[in-house]
Design a binder for this molecule. Structure first.
Ligand code: ACM
Ligand code: ZN
Length: 541
């Protein structure tokens, strides 16, 4: 007994002698890992008596304040008094400090936790928002009813490696309700992802209301049935109609919800291929005039928009005019992938266009198509981004390239001094299997387990330092042919999107998969609390 009593004292003095202190130097459980995080001995105790102060207009930053205070009240049942305005920190408080002169990077923040309290400082609201996300992850991972919680003494200095930290969602193969889009955005925000690529039009469904062309949703948002099983082998259909679309009011809500969370929504309106839903609605858009049907199976279809008719461009400009009113994003995605040239080869109007414009072939016709759309977007002050096929036949002068068929397209575009988002199928396709297909729900194919995504490096070795500057970032793509429900989407996306978040935010040298998994176990408690149907395969090994 005597001996046992003596032990803690002995250990304590041994630690002191060696200079080891309780939590000093312990890593913080933040995903994505911060640029720099130092911990010191001791904890700040936060309770319902701890004031939460902010020094900016409440209306401007209400969401980030509430993200913090709601977390305290929901997750720990710590109900403090309402957050209040204050120009200065007071002792024992949490102070959210917007300081345009702060020496921090764009979107970055500085977080100090010591015995005086917590000071989170940034020069922009986005930085404060990300700082709040980090601060939350420094709190206990377990939810419950707490009298108080302890936050380790620390100095965190943090900012993102890339400006495009993207996650995509295909809502065309399977429609996803607006409420799920909100949840998707919430989890993006938790991971400091800032670009939501909203894939809105496809062969299998047109999902955005366009007032000038009501048939796009009356006809194009519905398909009569859907192929069952794998598209490569199945001949069976479910006989069940599938449909859905977002009204312009829905879109406004989504864009606003995202903006409050510092997420830009980049809409994708596919052209000239993957357009059967548009063609079914307005058959004159195709080379043959139809009839066409909204697709009921997956794949690439020969019927695409006619590049010979002026009415095609008139239609697309009118559609984009409404899209631009709804989405303030700098970039507008025009698709451009997987456009077979079969019909263009046979179409007199497409061939006439080739002749009139002095084009070499159908690839140059595709380039002509994209360049025309770029001129339109640029004239409205926006930029065009498309899948890497837009390189074929010549890249439009100001276009950005999303590299999906490997990295070659991205490398070529960067060498041509064009901006690039890396999203190669090898590492960034979250519709691929994440474990042995025998144990997983049906997926399109591929194999992209968590560690593979984590190992992704968006800047290829073959680029010079100058060329590397054109890599805006990377993105995870979520094609939903085989994801009928939002639960299934969550299962495919998380935790792989957490790995991607670290790829696009954290310094390359700071990344360690083993250590990421440790932090992920803590973050998973939060996934559970918020009802995210994440994949546990990596935790069962
Ligand atoms: C793509 O996956 N077709 C861009
Ligand atoms: Zn044509």
């Amino acid at each position: 007994m005597k001996y046992l009593k003596f032990m803690p004292l002995c250990l304590f003095s041994l630690f002191s002698l060696l200079g080891c202190k309780a939590n000093e130097g312990e890593p913080l459980d933040i995903i994505p890992k911060p640029v720099s995080a130092k911990t010191f001995e001791g904890f700040f105790t936060l309770s319902s008596a701890t004031p939460v102060l902010y020094n900016f207009d409440f209306e401007m930053g209400s969401l980030l304040i509430e993200t913090l205070t709601n977390h305290l009240s929901d997750y720990y049942k710590i109900e403090g008094s309402a957050a209040t305005y204050s120009a200065k920190q007071s002792k024992g408080s949490v102070f959210l400090k917007l300081n345009p002169d702060a020496k921090v990077h764009n979107e970055g923040y500085k977080l100090k936790v010591n015995k005086r309290g917590v000071v989170l400082e940034a020069k922009e609201l986005s930085g404060l928002f990300y700082g709040v996300q980090s601060l939350i992850q420094m709190m206990p991972a377990e939810s419950g009813a707490y009298e108080s919680i302890e936050i380790p003494f620390a100095v965190v200095e943090d900012y993102p490696r890339f400006s495009w930290r993207g996650l995509h969602l295909d809502v065309c193969r399977h429609f996803m309700p607006k409420e799920f889009i909100f949840k998707y955005l919430d989890f993006m925000a938790m991971h400091k992802l800032n670009t939501f690529h909203f894939h809105l039009t496809e062969d299998q469904g047109w999902r955005i209301e366009i007032k000038k062309y009501p048939l796009l949703t009356e006809v194009g948002s519905k398909r009569k049935e859907t192929i069952v099983g794998h598209g490569r082998s199945s001949k069976e259909y479910d006989g069940t109609p599938h449909g859905g679309f977002y009204t312009q009011e829905d879109i406004k809500e989504i864009v606003k919800y995202a903006a409050e969370r510092h997420i830009t929504v980049v809409p994708e309106i596919e052209m000239p291929g993957h357009a059967l839903a548009a063609l079914a609605s307005y058959p004159h858009l195709g080379c043959t005039g139809g009839p066409y049907e909204v697709a009921t199976k997956w794949g690439v279809f020969h019927d695409v928009m006619c590049a010979g008719k002026e009415s095609t461009f008139e239609f697309l400009e009118n559609v984009l005019a409404e899209v631009l009113e709804l989405f303030p994003s700098e970039y507008i995605h025009i698709g451009g992938d997987e456009c077979p040239k079969t019909k263009w080869k046979e179409c007199p109007l497409c061939q006439q266009r080739i002749k009139d414009e002095g084009l070499k072939d159908e690839h140059e016709l595709q380039s002509y198509f994209i360049q025309r759309m770029e001129r339109y977007l640029n004239s409205k002050g926006r930029k065009l981004i498309g899948w890497d096929e837009i390189l074929e036949g010549g890249l439009a002068p100001n276009a950005a390239v999303m590299s999906w068929r490997g990295e070659a397209g991205g490398i070529e575009a960067a060498k041509q001094k064009h901006n690039v988002v890396m999203s190669p199928g090898s590492h960034c396709y979250l519709d691929h299997y994440q474990a042995d297909p025998k144990t997983e729900p049906l997926a399109i194919g591929g194999f992209t387990p968590l560690d593979k995504i984590y190992s992704y490096e968006p800047v290829p070795d073959s680029l010079s330092v100058e060329e590397s500057a054109y890599i805006m970032g990377a993105q995870g793509n979520v094609w939903t042919e085989y994801m009928k429900t939002s639960d299934h989407v969550e299962y495919m996306v998380y935790p792989r999107a957490a790995a991607l978040a670290e790829v696009v935010w954290s310094p390359k040298a700071e990344r360690s998969y083993a250590e990421f998994l440790d932090r992920l176990r803590k973050l998973a408690r939060r996934y559970e609390y918020y009802g995210l149907n994440y994949s546990r395969v990596e935790f069962m090994k």
